[in-house]
Design a binder for this molecule. Structure first.
Ligand code: SF4
Ligand code: SF4
Length: 164
């Protein structure tokens, strides 16, 4: 008898929760038919600004997942000034990020000393094949178009002065 009473009470409690929830507005959306607006600082995908990259490898060495693959070579360039020495520059041949391994920690973006990596809030790049989650230099460059403008500092935020 006690167990019957318990089950009735359980059902009443459950129905109560159902009725209460039915009257509240939904907190989920019917993706992909409806889409929520993502904040500009969301970590969706990493974009590469190729011309800023000096092939220093810092991002690849700092990545905890070892999912950044970089290859480059050295090239000789003429001196900047007359009578100066010939320069040696690093040229990027390959820059891939494997999003099947990436954990979106953002370390690579933070450590890059040349501002070559940026977060984009874009998140719609799922694939049927896991191998297609390897984004090459061209693909990473295309993401640059989706990187939002840097937001102005919040009111009252301090601007750090450059050391002399
Ligand atoms: S976000 Fe983190 S895991 Fe992903 S590529 Fe950058 S350093 Fe590696
Ligand atoms: S840290 Fe920046 S400059 Fe160095 S290899 Fe990575 S993206 Fe290129």
């Amino acid at each position: 008898m006690a167990s019957f009473r318990n089950s009735i009470q359980g059902m009443q409690k459950g129905l109560g929760v159902t009725l209460k929830t039915m009257l509240k507005p939904a907190v989920t959306v019917h993706y992909p038919h409806e889409k929520e607006e993502v904040t500009a600082r969301a970590r969706g995908v990493i974009a590469l600004q190729e011309e800023n990259c000096t092939v220093c490898m810092l991002c690849a060495r700092s990545c905890p997942d070892w999912c950044i693959y970089i290859e480059g070579h050295k090239e000789k360039r003429p001196a900047r000034r007359e009578g100066g020495r010939e320069r040696t520059v690093s040229v990027l041949d390959r820059f891939d990020i494997d999003y099947a391994l990436c954990m979106y920690c953002g370390i690579c973006v933070e450590v890059c000393p040349f501002d070559a990596l940026h977060w984009s809030p874009e998140y719609e790049y799922s694939e049927f094949s896991i191998a297609s989650l390897l984004h090459d230099m061209e693909k990473l460059g295309e993401w640059e178009a989706t990187v939002p403008e840097i937001e102005p500092l919040e009111l009252g935020a301090e601007v750090k002065k450059a050391k002399k």
